[in-house]
Design a binder for this molecule. Structure first.
Ligand code: C2E
Ligand code: CA
Ligand code: CA
Length: 595
């Protein structure tokens, strides 16, 4: 035991206190004296001594009451107490033991007996403290571990309640720890964690020093590369955010480990807590949520928790759970949106679009749940279902002679499906089962999907294309790949993103870009499909540019299969007469001016 133990002596008689402190000096312990119960309680709370010597009979608050109060306070609950008593009354002794006294010493003291009892109590306490330290300290960094953190957070929480103060809880997650660990090895990783805990400890001390008592602030390691920091008595939100940001920027600087310049960075979630705020577990969860947002917003930043986030997370969890059951409960369906040959005014095919009719939330957009399905891996079974269902529908329409030969079915593929090994087999089987040919099928992948992992995804697309299936690059124009790199990808069809189509009416530049895409695709032998054709103006302009195919609300929304079947039967499935539009083309000077 290398720290100095401390003993608190509580007695109303100053002479006895004096005597005790002289006697106990030999034990090399720090001795604190308190005259009377009130003062004793205050000292116990402040000093958290290793042992308390407590006089039973004192005026005002007697020793039993002091003991009772010590037991009721989490900070002093476990401190061993030795009663000092002038009486030999066994009733009095048993009452003391019931209150949790460890021992009794009878006044007037026999010096040897007193020393022996105190020594034994301290030894026992040292053992307890050592065991506890082991159980509550992170062995790598020496910081409090998760268990200790939770206990201390409870205390902080109680204090904030009692004193009506606010405190701040930060959840810190390193941004590039895994990369460092993987590339430079575990020993460097360990040293990095030690360095980070030193930085945090130092930063907290220097940031909060000087203007208030801050013994209670602390840093803990939750495991892995996660740390927490608690700072008490925070009444200024700006100050809190500023402190978090200083921590973040300190962790952004290079750290020298064994001659390696390591650059790690951190994302920090912040929870400001006051007495009305939930419970410590909820606070933990909230700071974690805020940290998660900091990561999601691009890492290397501090984010303050607000209730909105909590709702968002709860809603997401809800969706995630429901999504697990979606196939069993048959809540998914496909909507089919016609693809139109704008020159001929004829139907050319369909794009299958996923729909989820949630029992409580109603119709949910795939933009909302496909990302969750991707993250959870559920997109694999869901995607397989889409392929099978879309192919089967095309077969049904063919069988009932509802549609002319040659119409295609397009399905959307997620990057997760493309990275999964069985995709080609799923497609091949669905073709076989439904007696379809590869040329009947298009698969659509967004340009961001291809760019996600060009090395892995392009070969898969190559093989699918070798089967005879056409590949469409979806949402083209929204970013990543440039026109110049298009020829590197196995793409037969370009689908111009609907935002582009939309904005071409507002801006000459956008119109010029769309025009350039159409021309370039033509030169590369690709087919162009304009998405989001919503108005006759869109149609006219696209026709004038030589864009043959289009898709959008102007022709038809994505529709359930029965509706499409009915429209096909009546052969009047698209609501707008294209010849009308063509007539107005000549009159539309404004439009031709745009290109
Ligand atoms: P996307 O592949 O670009 O699909 C076209 C989206 O544009 C569809 O939205 C469609 O309803 C919408 N749309 C069509 N015409 C118009 C129009 O004239 N104006 C406007 N404003 N919108 C129009 P939806 O159905 O909400 O799908 C959103 C996205 O979800 C799709 O974008 C696609 O990326 C993804 N998705 C849909 N189904 C699947 C699927 O089965 N698998 C995968 N992996 N993703 C899918
Ligand atoms: Ca698509
Ligand atoms: Ca699209």
């Amino acid at each position: 035991m290398n720290y100095k133990q401390s003993i608190l002596a509580i007695d109303d008689d100053p002479m006895i206190l004096k005597l005790l402190s002289v006697r106990l000096r030999d034990l090399k312990a720090k001795v604190i004296c308190a005259e009377g119960g009130e003062e004793g309680l205050r000292a116990a709370h402040r000093e958290e001594p290793d042992l308390i010597l407590l006089d039973v009979s004192m005026p005002g608050m007697d020793g039993f009451e002091v003991c009772q109060r010590l037991r009721n306070d989490a900070r002093t609950r476990d401190i061993p107490v030795i009663f000092l008593t002038g009486s030999d009354d066994p009733n009095q002794k048993s009452r003391g033991f019931e209150l949790g006294a460890m021992d009794y010493v009878t006044k007037p003291f026999d010096a040897c007996e007193l020393m022996a009892r105190v020594r034994s109590a301290l030894r026992q306490q040292a053992l307890v403290a050592a065991l506890e330290a082991q159980a509550t300290t992170d062995s790598l960094t020496g910081l409090p571990n998760r268990a200790a953190f939770k206990r201390r957070l409870n205390q902080v929480f109680d204090r904030a309640r009692a004193n009506d103060t606010r405190f701040m809880l930060m959840f810190i997650d390193l941004d590039r720890f895994k990369q460092v660990n993987d590339s430079l090895g575990h020993s460097v990783g360990d040293q990095l964690l030690i360095a980070v805990s030193d930085i945090l400890r130092r930063s907290i001390r220097s940031a909060t020093n000087g203007f208030r008592e801050r013994d209670s602030d602390f840093v803990a390691r939750m495991g892995g590369d996660e740390f927490t920091v608690v700072v008490e008595n925070v009444d200024d939100e700006t100050w809190a955010l500023d402190l978090a940001d200083r921590l973040r920027s300190t962790l952004t600087q290079q750290i020298n480990i064994d001659g390696h310049q390591v650059h790690v960075g951190a994302s920090i979630g912040i929870r400001l807590c006051d007495k009305d705020d939930g419970n410590p577990d909820e606070l933990m969860r909230d700071s974690d949520t805020a940290m998660y947002h900091a990561k999601a917003e691009g890492k290397g930043r501090c984010v303050l928790f607000d209730e909105q986030m909590h709702h968002a997370v709860a809603a997401r969890l809800d969706l995630e759970q429901a999504l697990h059951l979606v196939l069993d409960k048959q809540e998914l369906s496909l909507a089919y949106q016609p693809v139109i040959d704008m020159d001929q005014g004829e139907l050319r095919g369909f794009e299958a679009l996923l729909r989820w009719v949630h029992p409580r939330l109603g119709n949910l957009s795939p933009d909302l749940f496909v990302p969750i399905a991707e993250e959870t891996g559920l997109i694999i079974p869901i995607g397989r279902w889409c392929i099978n269902e879309a192919f089967r529908q095309l077969r049904r329409w063919r069988n009932s002679n509802d549609i002319p030969e040659g119409l295609h079915m397009a399905v959307n593929l997620s990057k997760v499906q493309l990275m999964n090994n069985d995709l080609e087999q799923v497609i091949a089987e669905a073709l076989h089962v439904n007696d379809l040919e590869p040329k009947d099928i298009h698969v659509e992948v967004t340009e961001s999907t291809i760019m996600h992992d060009v090395e892995r995804i392009v070969p898969v697309l190559d093989r699918i294309r070798d089967m005879g299936i056409s590949i469409a690059m979806d949402d083209f124009g929204t970013g990543y790949s440039s026109l110049a790199s298009l020829h590197r990808f196995p793409v037969d069809i370009l689908k111009i993103d609907r935002q582009f189509v939309n904005s071409m009416m507002q801006s000459r530049e956008h119109a010029a870009v769309v025009n350039a895409i159409v021309t370039l695709a033509d030169n590369l032998g690709m087919t162009v499909v304009a998405e989001g054709v919503e108005t006759s103006d869109h149609l006219l302009l696209l026709q004038a540019m030589g864009c043959t195919y289009g898709q959008g609300y102007y022709f038809a929304q994505p529709l359930p299969n029965e509706t499409i079947t009915n429209m096909l039967k009546k052969n009047s499935w698209f609501g707008n007469d294209l010849s009308d539009a063509e007539e107005s083309l000549d009159q539309s000077d404004r439009l031709t001016e745009l290109i």
